[in-house]
Design a protein around this ligand. Structure first.
Ligand SMILES: [Zn+2]
Length: 377
């Protein structure tokens, strides 16, 4: 083999090898081979590393670019080492090294592109845009009016009491002083579920009052809103179910004047400050004395119109002082306590407030009708 000159040596001087060793051919060849193998291994390791490169943001991508591709990066360092490779290895290692540089460049560009896609997607997202509107529904007019009634009496100290819709004869009739032969017990008026024992759908919410009286000692001031059932032919003016709100106040020295004051307050709050009330004697089994209450017609201001049939007054509820028999039936001493009760149909009040002509519209679920109440209350 031909001898090499020292200045031909591809080995860097920092290896500290003397001219003497450069001229030692077998040693030189072994060293070159070692360097070639080491370089090849480094390139392969980096190729594997680059395949798995990952970054979560632009800063990390830039850091990877600097690490591998900058002038002082790992791949540039390999190119420096490449200068020491023996000529017969240059082709193979050169190709491998070029592949490494291309792969690294491609991988980093790939990551940049996918990250800018994500940035683009974020840029398209306008958080200030008005979202698609979700159409709000409306409360049912019966609910609106019932809530208003409850609110007005709540301000007078009444609290809401609840009870079952499937009731027994005692709570619906007997405890409330209905005579055994009272027509309300007739099949024509009441939906019976069983007879003897009588189980039925309540015909009024007064049964909630009798339940409260049996359970609670006076003073009692409750409001009983709820659905009731009567066996009636369905028409524009009658339905087999409707809603009531009844009230009961029992304490010592409760008088008819208290009843009138409570109801006058309700009428003014519900129908307006100018509203007047009128109490007419009437009869109910559970109150004595009993009365029907009218309010002045708000359409004609009491002058008389077709709505109030020329009378200037419109009937809205029944009321009276609780019959002593009812108090005793429910375990309350009628010589110590007295009380008043009242009851109104929510549909009736809703008709007066919103002039709904047909009672059936409340239960038809026609959204055109229900939409009319969007702005109410
Ligand atoms: Zn009128």
């Amino acid at each position: 083999m031909a001898e090499r000159k020292a200045d031909d040596s591809p080995f860097p001087s920092f290896l500290g090898l003397s001219v003497f060793y450069w001229k030692s051919l077998p040693f030189c060849l072994i060293l070159r081979k070692i360097i070639n193998v080491m370089l090849k291994e480094k390139i392969n390791n980096l190729l594997a590393e680059i395949e798995k490169l990952k970054a979560e943001n632009a800063d990390q991508i830039e850091a990877l670019r600097i690490k591998y591709l900058s002038k002082k990066g790992e791949i540039s360092a390999l190119f420096d080492e490449f200068r020491t490779v023996s000529p017969e290895q240059k082709k193979e290692l050169g190709q491998l090294l070029n592949k490494l540089k291309t792969d690294a460049t491609n991988r980093i560009n790939e990551m940049k592109e996918s990250f800018s896609d994500k940035l683009g997607a974020v840029a398209d997202l306008d958080l200030t845009r008005t979202p698609d509107p979700i159409e709000l529904g409306t409360r049912h007019p019966i609910s609106l009016v019932r809530n208003k009634i409850v609110d007005i009496f709540s301000r007078q100290g009444f609290v809401v009491a609840d009870g079952p819709e499937v009731e027994d004869d005692w709570h619906v009739f007997s405890s409330l002083n209905f005579a055994p032969e009272h027509p309300a017990r007739d099949m024509q008026d009441t939906f019976f579920i069983t007879r003897d024992p009588d189980v039925l759908l309540r015909t009024h919410t007064s049964c909630v009052q009798s339940r409260v009286m049996m359970k609670q000692k006076p003073p009692i001031r409750v409001l009983c809103p709820g659905r009731v059932y009567r066996n009636e032919a369905i028409s524009a003016r009658a339905h087999c179910f409707f809603h009531q709100v009844e009230g009961l106040y029992i304490d010592k020295n409760v008088s008819f004047a208290d009843l009138k004051q409570a109801l006058l307050f309700f009428a003014k709050e519900m129908f307006g400050e100018e509203t007047k009330i009128r109490l007419r004697p009437s009869y109910f089994p559970f109150t004595e004395p009993s009365a029907e209450m009218d309010i002045s017609c708000d359409l004609c201001g009491g002058k008389g119109c077709s709505f109030c049939k020329g009378s200037g007054w419109v009937e809205i509820l029944g009321c009276g002082m609780v019959d002593p028999n009812v108090l005793e039936n429910c375990g309350i001493d009628s010589k110590v306590y007295s009380g008043f009760a009242f009851g109104m149909g929510v549909e009736r009040i809703t008709n007066l407030k919103y002039k709904v002509k047909d009672l059936r519209m409340f239960s038809e679920n026609d959204t055109r009708f229900l939409d009319e109440f969007k702005s109410a209350f």
